[in-house]
Write a protein that binds this ligand. Structure first.
Ligand SMILES: Cc1cc2nc3c(=O)[nH]c(=O)nc-3n(C[C@H](O)[C@H](O)[C@H](O)COP(=O)(O)OP(=O)(O)OC[C@H]3O[C@@H](n4cnc5c(N)ncnc54)[C@H](O)[C@@H]3O)c2cc1C
Length: 247
């Protein structure tokens, strides 16, 4: 999987601060400099004042101001299973690569065995990998080799069947029915900073599946550069605690 930043609100934390100060100021923040808007906030510099205010908002559960900054990510190569999970979040906007209009007719099924076109989960190749809902613990090398063989045979066969159906003139939108849920997909997704924290509350948590956790950690890494005060606070004080951004 690869996650890249496509677009994001410039000066997101100034925007959060202006929105929040609007709530408590008699003056109109629209025509004001940021210095004037932040005048009564504790801190010697503007950076310190932003840190004070953002920390205060997150500490008190005043999350509305974090809905103004927007960020858009491009995500390459997650499974359709992961896509089904992340698209459950209703305040995130998505564009998802079509399997009606994109036909994967030039993929070599032999390469599918090695991870082309279909995600191979770590439990198919790593004997020490223990899934959260797995009854047994780690397995021996020969068991995992057997798993890998069954898994690789199955996905190679599925892609071969898909391409045979395309060759027989079946439309891609119908031929895709034989493809596995691990088939890779590219997405573009946009959300605001509050929603990103909510997604992280749910999807970076220990009970989320490894793939969506990995995706969410990549989103958080990008967010840490985009909104450093907010996501630093989130990492320190909120992540892996009780979900507070939405019940
Ligand atoms: C570990 C894990 C396992 C899961 N397993 C399953 C499963 O087996 N089957 C399954 O179907 N789903 C499953 N889900 C999905 C889960 O139930 C949610 O649908 C998904 O995480 C979306 O999150 P959300 O409910 O917070 O809603 P979001 O769409 O992210 O909305 C954010 C918040 O807005 C509010 N909100 C949005 N829409 C409404 C509404 N219509 N009414 C009231 N409040 C609303 C809620 O406060 C909500 O928390 C699982 C999620 C996780 C993290």
């Amino acid at each position: 999987m690869e996650v890249t930043l496509l677009e994001a609100t410039e000066n997101p934390e100034e925007l959060v601060c202006k929105a929040a100060r609007n709530d408590y100021s008699a003056a109109f923040v629209g025509g004001q400099s940021l210095d004037a808007t932040m005048e009564t906030v504790e801190g010697d510099t503007l950076a310190e004042k932003q840190e004070t205010l953002i920390g205060h908002l997150l500490d008190h559960g005043h999350y509305g101001p974090f809905e103004h900054p927007q960020i858009t990510f491009a995500v390459e190569g997650v499974s359709r299973s992961c896509m089904a999970q992340i698209t459950r979040h209703r305040h995130v906007s998505f564009d998802v690569q079509s399997m009606r209009y994109v036909a994967f007719d030039d993929v070599d099924p032999a390469d599918v065995r090695e991870g082309e076109m279909v995600v191979i989960p770590p439990s198919a190749t790593d004997p020490d990998w223990v899934g959260r809902n797995q009854q047994s613990g780690a397995v021996d090398e020969s068991t995992v080799e057997e798993r890998a063989e069954i898994f690789r045979d199955s996905i190679e066969d599925a892609v071969e069947s898909y391409q045979d159906l395309l060759d027989l003139g079946m439309p891609p939108e119908d031929a895709r029915f034989v493809l596995p849920i691990g088939t890779k997909v590219n997405m573009v997704m946009s959300m605001n900073a509050r929603m990103l924290m909510h997604v992280a509350d749910m999807r970076a948590a220990a009970d989320a599946q490894w793939e969506i956790r990995g995706l969410t950690e990549d989103l958080l890494d990008i967010a840490a550069d985009w909104c450093p005060i907010t996501f630093d606070y989130y990492e320190r004080e909120m992540k892996n605690r009780k979900n507070r951004l939405a019940p």
